[in-house]
Structure formats: structure tokens, C-alpha cells
Design a protein around this ligand. Sequence first.
Ligand SMILES: [Zn+2]
Length: 304
Amino acid sequence: MRDNASCRMLIRLWNSKLEQWDTEEVTVPGKPGIGPSDEYLIVSDSFVEPDENGNFINESYTEEELDAVHAFATARLTIDLWENALGHIISWPWCNSIEDRMCIHLYNELVDAVFRKSEQAIIFGTTGNPPKYTCKSFDIVSHETTHAIIESVLPSIHENAGELQYTLVESASDLSPILVQTSIPGLLKKAIRDTHKNLMETSFISEFGEGFGINKNEIRNALFPELNADNYYQRSTIITNFIYVWLVNLITLSKKYSKSKASKNNSFIIKNLLSAIKYRNQNSLFRLFQNHVSKAQPLHPQQS
Ligand SMILES: [Zn+2]
């Protein structure tokens, strides 16, 4: 959002058919330097260099290099999503200079994944048995980045949030990776193709953290809200489901789900979620979205 510079980077997405990570090339704002790093983010202990065109798309990256590029690109796309939705630049709550950008720690043995304001970092470790590194997940990296963004927009929300506010924060953080993917035409096209033209079918886009579940493949699913929820993670799936279905209806009804339509919808979702968090009011959120709900239709790849 600061200027029009951009580069190409690789991200990983889980392929549930082949049960492996696919890599996809995406356009990321800015011209990151070695790390990758830029004015927002730096991947710690990583020194991947851009190619002569400023891109990070080398097919022979090591696993660790690809993790670094993927995590940076995912976090950066998430920041861009929120900046475009809100119409202003995100500056971290601790930010005074470029030295204060947020760190991405890829391999920590003590956590699964967490945003830690005191460390000015999003920190990734392992989950599941056998353990898998959470930094490889598009959803999980985007989710933790969203916590940092919400903290920047609503300072101290993580220290002071009540149950309902935390539920809404979790839902907003689960929705970010979905909003990023549905607003990148190539990724949306892939999602529609992979779900046999119906995003109401379980897919990588509705399954949060796919590839990381202990018993199942996903951690949470936007299509199956936990109606007997007893914690805010589970309760958040009700809100996530509501907004996901709303979004898919809009995508379905669009002849062409263009970038500008996506950005309008993302802005509507993000602004209203933030306002619900701020004013502790989920009922107005439900009412607002309900006014826009219409009947779902099967999706067609060319619509993306
Ligand atoms: Zn969270």
C-alpha cells in the first residue's frame, strides 16, 4: 500500500488429494530484501536473497528457505489485505523505526504458533504427532499475523478482551487466510477447481490449518461450526461459518469475482468485524450480514 512496487514469491498450500504441500507463485507488495525482510517484517535467522529481478521464486530452495519465503509472503499478503480494507497503513504497536519491524520466528520447540507482543514477533513451532512445523501453513501464518494487526488497530485488545471479543478476534484471524485466497484470482480458481466447483464443499479454503490436525486433517472448519462450543476457539467457528457462507454466496453470484469486488467485500467484512470487536456486539454483526445473504449456487471456475 505504500507504493506500487511488487515482487513474485512462493507460498505453500496444502494439497489434500496428494497429501502434500503444493507451491504457488503470488504477487506480493513491496521489494523485500535479504531474509526476506522489509519495513514491516523480517524472518529471523534467514538469509534468502531475491533474484536479479527482485523475486523469490527459485524452484531449488531448500525446505528452510522455502519456509522463510512462504511465511514472509503469507504475512505480507495478510498485512496488505487489512491495509486495503481499512484504507490506512498498519504500524505495529511498538513501532518507532525500521528496527522495530515484526520478527517471524520459524522454528521454536516450545510453542505451536503464537503472536507475542512483548517479543514483537509471531513465533511458530510444531503441532501434531508426528510433529509438523506450523510455519509451513498458509492459514496459521496468516492467522498469527492477523492477531498482530488487530493488536495494532485496537491497542491492548489481547490483554483486555473479554470472552466475546476474543471469540471475534479468533474468527477474524481465521477469516484472513480465506479472504487473501479468495481475492487472488489464481488461488480462487484453484480452490473452485479443487472443490468440484462448489466452495460449500470441504476444501483447503474452508479447512483452517489443513494438514495439521491430530485426528482429522484440519484444526477448524468454516463449514462446520461447533454448536456445542465450550471455548472461544470453537465458538469462533460459528461466526467464521456465517461470514464464509456469506462470502461464498457473493462469489457465486458474481459473474466475475474481480479484485475490486473482492476488495470491497473484504473491506465490509473486516470493518464490521473490527467494529463488533470494539463495541462487543456480535448481534449487530449477524444482522448486518443477514441483510446481504442470498441463495447459494454452484460455482464455475471461469467465474473467478
Ligand atoms: Zn488465534
